[in-house]
Structures are given as C-alpha cells and as structure tokens.
Design a protein around this ligand. Structure first.
Ligand code: MIC
Ligand code: SF4
Length: 645
C-alpha cells in the first residue's frame, strides 16, 4: 500500500511501535531547536544529564523572544545560552539574527528529516517537507541527548488545495479557512498534510505560513511535499544539496480529507480572542483600528514585507494608529533595506522593530486600552498583546496594510481599487542574501571542553521533585471552562518572560490573568488540584505552565480533554493528567471541594473521591506504560536518572 508523506518520514525514523493511528510510537530526531524563553530551562535540564555534547545531527539555540532588555535578566540569559551552546556543540543564533522559525527555514531545515523544537510553532518547517514537531523543553533536552521522541502515532488529514489564489488573497487566508473549518481542537492527534494542484502555486514561505499556524489547530504538525519550489528555495539559499524530493504515493491513503478551492477563497480574519473565530474581512468593514502589527514567525518573510511595502509606497498610514513592523530575520531585513522597500515603509510612518518576536509575545508595542490591533500573527488570546482589554484580529499582510492605510478593518481588494494600488507581484529571489555572521558555529570537542558557563543572578537551579505518592489529597484550587491556553496558565509578556530561568519567581504569576490569588492559595493549602474543560493547555509549548504549578504543589489536573504538548509537559514534571468520562462528571466537582486519588493503580480507569460531596467519580488517563513509569518517578528527569543507574 502506498504511503503519504507523514508515513514516509515516520517510517524512516521509527524505532518503536507500529504506524497505526493512536498507537504509542518513538522516532529518532535529526535536528532540535530551542528559543531563549524555553531554552534556558531546557539547557538547565540538559546540564543535569552529564553529557559532553549534543547527539543530534544539528541543534540550534535561538535568541528571539526575550530581546527587550529593561534590566539585566534577559541579557544574562543570552550570555548563558551562548556559553551553553559553545560548551555542548550547539549552533547559536545571536539576538538580532531573527525569529527561530524563519531563520531555521532559511538556513537549516532539511526535507525528509525530523525536527523537535521547544516552541509550538516548530511545524513551520513543514513548509520545507520536514516533519517538525513542537514539544516541551524537557523532551527537546532528551532529544539532544540522543533519545527518541515518544508520541501517539497521528492520523493524517489530507487537505487538498485546488485552484489558485486570487489577487489580494494569500497563504494566511488558507490557514484561516482551515481553522474556520477544523477549529482549535480539530487537529489534536493529527498531522495535516497538504496536497493537490494548488500546492504548486505556493512558495516555500507561503507554505511555511500555513504549517506555522497549523499549531493553532492543535495538530501534531503540518507538512507539504518537497518539490521543485522547495528545490528552488534551497538553491536560492545556497543549500541545494539539502534538497530531496518528497511526495505522497499515488495510492496513499488518509484518515480524513478536506478540500479547499483557492479560487473561491476571500480575505479572512480571526476575531478576538481565538484563532478559529474566523469570518470574512468584508463583514467587519469599518471597525476602527488603533494598531497594526506586521511580523511574527507566521508572516514576516521577504515576500510578505515586500507586499506591505508596495502597498504603502508613497502613502502615509492613517492618523490615530501605529504601525509596527518586525522583519522575520536579518536576511529579510537586509534584503528590504538593500532594495529600498524599507525606505517606503519608513516613509509611510511604520515603526520598525528588530528581527524578533516582539509584539507577538507582548514584548513591547502593547496596544492602547480597549484598543483594536490588527496583526499578521498567529495567536489572539486575551491579554497576550500585553493589554488585557485590547482585541487582536489576525489577518494576512495584505489585509494588515489595508488597515494601516484606512484606519479600519478593510478588504484589501476594495482598498486597492479605491487607492489604485496594483497587485504586488513578488517573485521569489533567485538568490537570497546569505550571511551567517550572526550564527556562532560549534567549536571542536577539544575547544568546547574548556568553556565556562556564564550564569547571571536570575538563573536559578532547577527544583527537584519527589516520586509520586500513593495518595494524592487536597482542595480544588481552580475550576476553569474550555480552551484554557498556556497563556492563561503561565502568562508571557515583557514583565513575566524574563523570569523564565527562575522557577520560584515565575510561579508567583501562575494564572495571573485568570485568578491572581492562585499562587497564594496554592501555597497556603500545600497544593491541590486543577479542574479544566476541553482542550486544556492549548497554545504554547512552554513547560513553565507545568513546572510552575508543580512548584506551587499542583498534584493532578483533571479535565475533559488535553492539548498534546501541555499533557506531555505535565507528565514530564510529575503532575497527574486525568480525564473525566463525561460532561456530567465534570459538573460533579466544584472549586474548593476536597479530593483524593489513589495512585497505586495507574492502569486504566481510576476513581476520584470527592470527599466534600461524598461521591466517587470515574476518571481515566491516556498515559502509556513508559509515561506511567515517568509519572511514578516524579517526572522525566527522575526517570532518566533512575534508568541511568
Ligand atoms: C508563543 O508563541 O506562545 C511562544 C512564546 O513562542 C511559545 C513558547 C514560549 O512560551 O516560550 C510557543 O509557542 O511555544
Ligand atoms: Fe515568536 Fe510569536 Fe512565533 Fe511564538 S508565535 S515564536 S512568540 S513570533
């Protein structure tokens, strides 16, 4: 039987299990990436393993999130990361070099290989035909140590693209349409594979916009074929040797199919506060906008910024709004600077930021109170922009530029007609500006040995956690509804992100935007339980959303369903992830109830005793045999040290 692309890559990397959807499997990992906000913790973990050098084909440590330096903390982290990279044979992409996913696409991604990254948008590399998966820092640490990555064998969804994108409609509109159809839970346990004649008309960076935001579907990853377009891209990056062809066999099968006719697609927008709250841009016409932000790992490629520059050339952005632009990489920045496109942006009134995540993670450029921000980003969760009551609308670069010109949410097709703007035709450059001077390449093992690790005062040692006790008791500290994000559990932003290397300090902000009293209450009662709805922990890969609650004494999280990466993070840090059998059972537990769970029988169904209500509630989990051993050992680090003995 023929194989699809996902099966081909999984098969060539499979070390355990069978390729049957839902089965536990393990695959080898060729490359890893970390970014600074998750990387410090991942390397603190790596240091505890006592290994001399990473055991991957390639590992890269990027600095792109914590670049606003309002005190010593972020700068100290950068030096820590650089020294760790030098010691352990890791490539180091210096601050200013760009956003991890954009730079990785340009300089390192390889079709057919596997990549594990401590960032949920790692699937961006699927645009190159790589099987690229986001994971918690500890999973990436173990991959750097040469361990296989454990996952549930995914179902594969075939998204067939037919037709051709119409003028002023672009790749972002495709993924917004997929989100509208499948929702933020629709991709859980699945890989989204793109096929069909429409693929051919999309460049590698267009494809990367789509695979990037596939993270918002909750998917394991998304992947495109590696074809002539991929070959041209790699050639223009001076990396043609990395190209291999990759396509699904003609008789490949899929568990689900979704067809999208590109001819019919219109400019779309995700409204506050969920990426799947999608409608047509024209329906929101006239909504006043106070900020436009263009950039992020979703839409900051050369093509995207060229489109914006062409639309703004010779014009001024509307009064009453600010336009922020962050180029995705130094390469993009250099190219728009050399060809004059940057000048048009500056002249139009754009506030140009460095090549980094910036406003996407609330690192500066927070909107005004109750502001409306139109962004080319991938997430619009409440408060993520840095302003609790602002509303974020996610759009394509075309729609963002139209908003910057008119001060309102406007359909770029109509704006172009009114302002007589020609359809921007941006050909992929024959040669990109390749200059790796901001990447520090690994030293020889002999030279690495002598490297001293630089540790600033905010870098706190990793707390250690005990083995799982046989009885877990305590109060329900918090009961939440559905779709709780990791931004809700462990917020980011300019104030909290610098504490990522300091677990005791960051734990003071757990659930800060949901219930400020959480940390205090948790500590007073000696920890307890969290009750959640469906898709609990969607969004980021940040393991701090597990470590910090663990530090506060959270023993188990009991929900209707989990998001993949967050559940893995809970297991990694020894928090029991349990699932209610029904909506009715979820209703039987209230905040403040006293609960008890016996953990001596971790196989299959378990009983949750609600002592306050005097009832027993059946709960289950989806941990495999290995996960159970990890859980018993109090988490992955405890498990790894036990296994090494
Ligand atoms: C995000 O977009 O939420 C982040 C910040 O990139 C996170 C990682 C983090 O929290 O450090 C992600 O997507 O995994
Ligand atoms: Fe950075 Fe935003 Fe991309 Fe996360 S989603 S990696 S914060 S640009």
């Amino acid at each position: 039987m023929g194989l699809n692309i996902t099966q081909k890559i999984l098969k060539s990397h499979l070390v355990e299990g069978e390729l049957i959807p839902g089965e536990k499997i393990a695959i080898t990992i060729d490359q890893t990436l970390t970014q600074d906000a998750t990387g410090t913790m991942a390397y603190l973990e790596f240091e505890t393993l006592g290994i001399d050098r990473v055991r991957t084909k390639l590992s890269v440590s990027y600095v792109d999130h914590n670049t606003l330096q309002t005190d010593f903390m972020n700068a100290d982290d950068h030096l820590y990361l650089q020294s760790v990279a030098e010691k352990y044979g890791i490539h180091y992409s210096r601050p200013g070099n760009g956003i991890c996913h954009q730079v990785h696409l340009e300089r390192f991604g390889v079709p057919g290989q596997t990549l594990l990254g401590s960032d949920s948008h790692t699937p961006t590399q699927g645009g190159l035909g790589m099987l690229a998966i986001g994971a918690g820092g500890l999973d990436v640490t173990m991959a750097m140590a040469g361990q296989p990555f454990n996952l549930n064998c995914p179902k594969v969804v075939n998204v067939v693209l037919t037709g051709k994108l119409q003028p002023w409609v672009s790749a972002k509109d495709i993924i917004l349409e997929v989100l509208r159809k499948l929702t933020v839970k629709g991709g859980v346990g699945k890989v989204i594979e793109y096929t069909g004649p429409g693929v051919n008309s999309l460049s590698v960076t267009d494809r990367a916009t789509i695979t990037n935001m596939g993270a918002e579907l909750g998917a394991t990853t998304s992947v495109f074929p590696s074809d002539k377009k991929t070959q041209e891209f790699l050639k223009a990056q001076g990396r043609e040797k990395s190209w291999v062809e990759l396509k699904a066999d003609p008789d490949a099968t899929y568990q689900e199919t979704l067809t999208i006719n590109l001819d019919k697609l219109e400019p779309l927008v995700a409204q506050p506060h969920m990426p799947d709250n999608v409608t047509e841009v024209k329906k929101l016409k006239g909504t006043k906008v106070t900020q436009v932000a263009i950039g992020s790992c979703t839409n900051s490629s050369f093509r995207d910024l060229m489109v914006v520059s062409k639309m703004l050339k010779g014009k001024t952005i509307k009064e009453g709004l600010s336009l922020f632009i962050s180029p995705g990489s130094k390469q993009v920045y250099q190219m728009i600077s050399e060809n004059g496109a940057l000048t048009s942006l500056i002249n139009a009134g754009a506030r140009i930021l460095e090549s980094a995540c910036g406003p996407c993670i609330g690192m500066g450029a927070a909107p005004n109170s109750a502001g409306v921000t139109v962004r080319t980003f991938n997430r619009n969760f409440k408060g993520r922009s840095g302003t609790a009551d602002a509303g974020s609308y996610l759009v394509s670069p075309e729609t963002a530029a139209a908003a910057a010109l008119t001060g309102e949410i406007s359909d770029p097709r109509q704006v172009a007609k009114k302002l007589k703007i020609a359809v921007p035709k941006i050909a992929m450059p024959k040669k990109f500006a390749v200059n790796d001077n901001m990447i520090i390449f690994p030293k020889s093992p002999a030279k690495s040995k002598g490297v001293e690790i630089i540790r600033g005062p905010n870098i706190a040692p990793l707390p250690s956690f005990p083995k799982l006790p046989t009885t877990l008791t305590g109060k329900v500290l918090l009961k939440t509804g559905d779709n709780i994000t990791t931004d809700d559990i462990m917020p980011a932003g300019a104030k909290i992100l610098p504490l990522r290397s300091n677990v005791p300090a960051i734990s003071e902000y757990v659930f800060a935007s949901v219930d400020k009293t959480f940390p205090k209450r948790a500590k007073e009662t000696g920890g307890g339980f969290i009750i959640g709805g469906s898709n609990y922990g969607q969004g980021s890969s940040r393991e701090h959303a597990a470590i910090a609650p663990k530090y506060l004494g959270v023993k188990a999280v009991i929900v209707k369903s989990f998001a993949r990466i967050h559940m893995a993070n809970l297991i990694n840090f020894g928090i029991l992830p349990l699932i209610f059998a029904s909506e009715a059972d979820y209703a039987k537990v209230d905040q403040g109830d006293e609960l008890e769970i016996n953990t001596s029988q971790l196989g299959g169904e378990m009983k949750l005793v609600n002592k306050t209500k005097g009832i027993e509630i059946p709960v289950s989990h989806s941990m495999g045999a290995r996960d159970i051993d990890v859980m018993k050992a109090g988490g992955t680090l405890g498990y790894a040290t036990q296994a090494a003995k």
